[in-house]
Design a protein around this ligand. Structure first.
Ligand code: PLP
Length: 394
């Protein structure tokens, strides 16, 4: 195949990553995405997807998507502001408003873009952005795009957040993940909301990993901490995780939604999500709010409890988390890779997460649990880790 000559700086950057055991690569999984997946014809139990409720391969949702595609076609054809804003989008927005208690919802094709949109439109040279050090990359990139003065406070540390905010003369934007994607712990959202309100700052919560999984009715970290749209004026959620589909939203007030519609470039200059995706997300929301959703959350909680009980005997800490994300803190990148490879030899998939995704010397195995894992699946993972850790720590 013809290819351009690789510049030295590209080769050097790749070699540098390789030398530190940090080279990232993709590999194809044979669909469907599930707790049991196949790679090149071999079967694995997977503990690394974000399909926390096991909805990505749900028979009813598959039917909804197929039917919607037959009825409405496969593409939305344009951006929301041109002719891409369809009835089914409005229906989904209304259902989300009703579920979460926000005046308005804006839909996005990915959570990455939702975060870029909200932070880049709210931050500016006059309105600084302050956020948790461990926030998702898309919130950080939103701040960069805004050209706002930008500071990050110590993880989940209210005093550190308050100190950084006080350094600025004018109010700005405070942002945090709800459930942190690489640690699985939860932000003190109620306290941060109070801090933001006292200082007249806007407040953004990205609850990509909490929505659907925690809080009453699966309404995430806001419900869990008794917060409403008054405390948290901007809530970002995604449909690619617990919802099992794809896409994202920003929930906010009527005026703020109008503002974002004028000024948030990642909302304006992109094609609206396909109608079949919107229909499937809507059906997924119905499951999440139903007794089936409740039962799935209960099964997930049982798996988490079982895993954490077994983890007590390991020589590595499992990070403090009651969410589906249960990282085992290994520290050394090479060791984390070795454990991940040994799990793979035992037909278990569990990704090692290494710097720069996480801070130096905090390489970890990011175990994610799903309602779809059987107790036997979780036991199998724990038994195998017993053996590997015994061997590695002799
Ligand atoms: C996954 C994730 C996103 C990005 O969502 P996508 O829909 O996958 O682009 C944003 N924020 C957090 C905290 C996430 O974990």
């Amino acid at each position: 195949m013809p290819a351009c000559k690789t510049p030295d700086w590209v080769r050097d950057a790749l070699n540098e990553r390789r030398a530190h055991n940090l080279l990232r690569r993709v590999r194809p999984i044979t669909p469907p995405q599930s707790t049991h997946v196949s790679i090149a014809g071999e079967n694995f139990v997977s503990f690394c997807s974000n399909d926390y409720l096991g909805l990505a391969n749900h028979p009813d949702l598959k039917q909804v998507m197929a039917d919607a595609a037959i009825k409405w076609g496969v593409g939305s054809g344009a951006s929301h502001l041109v002719t891409g804003h369809l009835d089914i989008h409005v229906e989904l927005e209304t259902a989300l408003s009703d579920w979460l208690g926000f005046e308005r919802i804006l839909l996005f094709s990915t959570g990455y873009m939702a975060n870029l949109a909200v932070v880049s439109a709210l931050g500016s040279k006059q309105r600084p952005v302050v956020m948790d050090k461990l926030n998702h990359a898309s919130l950080i990139d939103g701040a960069r795009l805004s050209e706002a003065p930008f500071r990050r406070y110590l993880h989940n540390d209210i005093d550190s957040a308050a100190k950084l905010m006080q350094r600025f003369d004018s109010p700005g934007v405070l942002a945090t993940d709800g459930v942190f994607s690489m640690d699985g712990d939860v932000a003190p959202v109620a306290e941060l909301a109070q801090l933001a309100r006292q200082n007249n700052w806007l407040f953004v919560v990205d609850d990509a990993h909490g929505l659907g999984c925690i809080g009453e009715d699966g309404r995430g970290v806001l419900a869990e901490q008794g917060c409403t749209a008054e405390d948290v004026p901007f809530l970002v959620g995604t449909f690619g995780k617990a919802f099992g589909v794809a896409g994202a939203f920003v929930a906010c007030s009527e005026d703020m939604a109008n503002y974002l519609t004028q000024f948030a470039r990642p909302y304006i200059y992109t094609t609206a999500m396909p109608p079949a995706v919107a229909a499937t997300v809507l059906a997924s929301l119905e499951i999440i709010r139903s007794s089936e959703g409740y039962a799935r959350r209960a099964r997930l909680a049982d798996n988490i409890a079982m895993f954490r009980e077994r983890a007590k005997r390991w020589p590595f800490d499992v990070m403090f988390s009651n969410s589906a994300i249960q990282p085992i803190l290994i520290g050394d990148s090479a060791l984390a890779m070795r454990v991940s490879k040994q799990l793979e030899s035992a037909r278990i998939l569990c990704t090692a997460i290494r710097p720069p995704t996480v801070p130096p010397n905090t390489a970890r195995l990011r175990v994610t649990l799903s309602a779809e894992h059987s107790p036997a699946d979780v036991m199998h993972l724990c038994d195998t880790l017993d053996l590997i850790f015994n061997d590695e720590c002799k």
